[in-house]
Design a protein around this ligand. Sequence first.
Ligand code: AMP
Ligand code: GLY
Length: 420
Amino acid sequence: MNILILGSGGREHSLAWAIKQNPKCDRLIAAPGNAGTAEIAECADLDIENGGAVAAFAEENAIDFVVIGPEAPLAAGVADRLRDAGLLCFGPSQAAAKLESSKSFTKEVCDACNAPTAGYAHFTDAEAAKAYIREQGAPIVVKADGLAAGKGVIVAMEEQDALDAIDDMFGGAFGGAGAEVVIEEFMEGEEASYFILSDGKNILPVGTAQDHKRVGDGDTGPNTGGMGAYSPAPVMTDAVTQKALDEIVQPTVDEMAKRGTPYLGVLYAGFMIKDGQPRLVEYNVRFGDPECQVLMMRLGGQVLDLLLACAKGELDKAQVNWADDHAMTVVMAANGYPGSYEKGSVIKGLDDQPENSLNMVFHAGTKEVDGQITANGGRVLNVTARGDTLAEARDRAYAMADAIDWPEGFYRKDIGWRAL
Ligand code: AMP
Ligand code: GLY
C-alpha cells in the first residue's frame, strides 16, 4: 500500500522506519519529513495543517493510508477532512483532539466518567483566578487552557509564582491559549506515560515510557520538549497499568463515544503515580516525541498492522507481539536549546553508526545541504537503542552518541537514571 506520514520530527522518522519494515508498505511519503526520512521515504513539501491540500495530495498520489504525527494538524481538523474524502487515516477528529487542545475539556470529561485526576477550577477572569489561588495556597499548578507548545504549565511552589503566571497568561504570553486557565491541585508522585490505541470502542496498549523534560543532568534547568526517554517505565507495573486502563482510559474512550465524538488514534496519557494509584495529569492525542522513538524501536514493523487495525475499527482483532526488551533514546540538541541556538552546523560521523533493529539514529531537526547533514532545529538527533536490559540499551545508545562528531550540539549523560 501507499502510505503518507505527516510531520517532520524524530517521531515521524521513527514511525517511517517502523512502517517501512512491514511488507505491506510499498510506497512511503513523508510530508514535509527531514534528512532522516529522506533516506527511507520520498519527502513532499506540503502544508500539513491544510486538510484540503493534504486530501488533494493523497488522492493525486493514490495514498491508501495517512498517519498524522503532530497535534497541530489534528487540532486543525485534518483527520476529519481526510475521512470526508473517504481516505483511511490514523488520528483523531478535531472534536476528539480537544482532549489535548483544551485542558478544561479534558477535566470535564474526567469528571463525567469519574476518572481520578487533580482537583481543579477553571477561570476566564484574572481576579477570580487570583482569589482562588490565594484561597488554595501553594504548591499549585496553573495551566493555559489551549495548545501552548508544552510551555503553558506553571508548577508553582510559591503562591507568588502562581499569581505571576496568571498575569502572564491573561497578559497574552501564550496568545489565545491563555485566555482561559485551569488551576489544579499539585499532585505528588512519579510520572510516567502510557500509549494506548483506541478505535473509538476497543483499546490496545502499545507501551509505557518515561521522559526527561529538563535540559540538564540530574533533571535541572529549564523544561524542554524532552531530552531522552526509555521504555518500559518500571513504575507502570501490571497492577498500575490495569488500574489506569480500567479507571481512566477505557472510561474516557466510552465517554467520548457516548458524546458522539469517538476517539480514534493513539491516546498518550500522562499519569502521576503514588502508592500504586495512577491519576491523570494530561492527555495528548498523538505519540510523544521522543517517546515514540523508543516505542517504535521495540515494536518494529508490526506497527503498521496496529495503526491500520486502529483506523479500521478492528482493534479487538489486533494484538501486540512483545519481546521482553528495553529501549532508550538520547536527544542530541543544538547548543543553547531550549533558548536560542544556531542552525546550519555540520554533523559528522553519522554514516559510521550502526543501523539495525538494535541501533538507530532518528533525525529530528536536520537538513541535507550539499550532501552533508546539518542541524536545522533545537532537538536535532535521537540516538536510540534496544537491549535485553535498560543498561544494555543505554550503553548502546551512548556509544553512538559519543561517536557522533558535532561540537555545536550537546546531550544529557544521565538518561534513565531513575530506572537504572
Ligand atoms: P502537562 O502539559 O499538563 O503535562 O504539564 C506539564 C508537566 O507539569 C507535567 O508533565 C507534570 O510534570 C507537571 N504537572 C502538570 N499538572 C500537574 C499537577 N496537577 N501536579 C503536579 N505536577 C503537574
Ligand atoms: N515528550 C513530550 C511530548 O511529546 O509532548
